[in-house]
Each structure stands twice: as structure tokens, then as C-alpha cells.
Design a protein around this ligand. Structure first.
Ligand code: ADP
Length: 202
């Protein structure tokens, strides 16, 4: 497994279907690695709340469960990767999500002399994640958490993001973690994966 990131701190990607508990795990993961977490979904939601132009564009897609166009998402990530606080590594949550975005990320990092250290995929049962999301819909009132939109997001994940996992697997960078069980169970598995990859001490 590739673990070395030329001269800089680690860049780790977290992926998994909607409802797999990515957001919760991303926070702990970033803390454990000592790097900032970058969540494209959270950036878009913040922009929607602030009613910025970016937020208005993102909303058109997010509310339908579609991906925000790469022409919006890719430059946003490039700018973020060039900010000083990510020079020592970062955790990417929700980006890349397609093979095209993964290729774009690779060429951006290449030009900076950097590379992805590890990709962690949280694997979760579809019925289980749909029921979790429906529960969250009642608590958080997210505009993309209605049942038809959730089903659509799952379909988009299977069709667009799963092939990206294969892209990373082919490059020996993918570790798949079982996402079933409690938050603590899943965290334990993620932590072991980081140790195994040599990114943190036990
Ligand atoms: P989830 O993983 O539960 O779907 P996110 O917060 O990661 O939640 O994403 C919510 C929505 O934000 C996505 O359905 C999509 O519309 C948009 N989005 C997030 N990341 C990306 C990305 N990398 N490319 C395009 N759209 C994105």
C-alpha cells in the first residue's frame, strides 16, 4: 500500500455511500491525522445558508440529488488545496466522487508534487443507510434528505462513485472498511487501517 506523500503530510480520502456515517468519522479521522477535514458537501451547505452565488448554483443540483458540476467543484477544491492550512495534509470527505474528479485531483496534486496517501471506503448495506438517512431527515431537515432524493443519491453513488473506488483499488491505494455496527466499531476499524498504512502510531 502506498503511504508516502512526497515531503508533505498525508492526503487521505474518505468515501462511502450517503448515510454511511462519513461526516462523523471524518471529524475523528482528521483529528487523529492532525490535518483539516475538507467536506465539499459542508462547503456547499454553508454557501447555501449564506446565500452566496456558489450556494445558489449548488442548490439547483443538490436538491435533486445530482452532483454539482465539475466546473464549480474542481476549482473550489484546487483553491482549498493551495491554502496554507492544507500544506501539511488534509482529509477529503466527499471529493473526489467520480473517476473524472479523481483524475483531475491526481493532475492537480502532480503539479504540486503531492499525492494521495490512502483512500478509505466505508462499505455499508443500502437498506440500512436509506433507513438511517430517513431518520436523519426528521432530525436535521436537510433539503436533500427526502426519500426520492435519497434513492437517487444512492443510484448516483453506485453508478459514479463505485467505479472510482475501483480506480483507486487498481493503484493499491484503497482500503475498504466495514461500515456496519456502532460509530465506535467503525472508528476502531478506520483507526486500524491508518496504523496498518503507517500513517499513525498505534
Ligand atoms: P452525502 O454523502 O450524504 O450525499 P454530502 O454532504 O457529501 O452528503 O453531499 C451532498 C451533496 O453535495 C451531493 O449529493 C452533491 O449534490 C453535492 N456534492 C458534494 N460533493 C460533491 C462533489 N465532489 N462533486 C459534486 N457534487 C458534490
Amino acid at each position: 500500500m502506498s503511504t508516502v506523500d512526497s515531503g508533505n503530510g498525508p492526503i487521505v480520502i474518505l468515501l462511502g455511500p450517503p448515510g454511511a456515517g462519513k461526516g462523523t468519522q471524518a471529524k475523528q479521522l482528521a483529528t487523529r491525522l492532525g490535518v483539516p477535514a475538507i467536506s465539499t458537501g459542508a462547503i456547499f451547505r454553508q454557501n447555501m445558508a449564506d446565500e452566496t452565488e456558489l450556494g445558489q448554483r449548488a442548490r439547483e443540483y443538490m436538491d435533486k440529488g445530482e452532483f454539482v458540476p465539475d466546473s464549480v467543484t474542481n476549482p473550489m477544491i484546487t483553491a482549498r488545496l493551495k491554502a496554507p492550512d492544507t500544506a501539511n495534509g488534509c482529509l477529503l470527505d466527499g471529493y473526489p466522487r467520480t473517476v473524472d474528479q479523481a483524475r483531475y485531483l491526481r493532475s492537480t496534486l502532480d503539479s504540486m508534487g503531492r499525492k494521495v496517501a490512502l483512500v478509505i471506503e466505508i462499505d455499508a448495506d443500502e437498506d440500512e443507510v436509506v433507513s438511517r438517512l430517513l431518520k436523519r431527515a426528521q432530525q436535521e431537515n436537510r433539503s436533500d434528505d427526502t426519500e426520492p432524493v435519497i434513492r437517487h443519491r444512492m443510484k448516483v453513488y453506485r453508478e459514479q462513485t463505485e467505479p472510482m473506488a475501483t480506480y483507486y483499488a487498481e493503484n493499491d491505494q484503497l482500503a475498504v472498511v466495514d461500515g456496519m455496527g456502532t460509530v465506535e466499531d467503525v472508528w476502531e476499524r478506520i483507526d486500524q487501517t491508518l496504523v496498518h498504512a503507517g500513517l499513525v502510531q498505534p
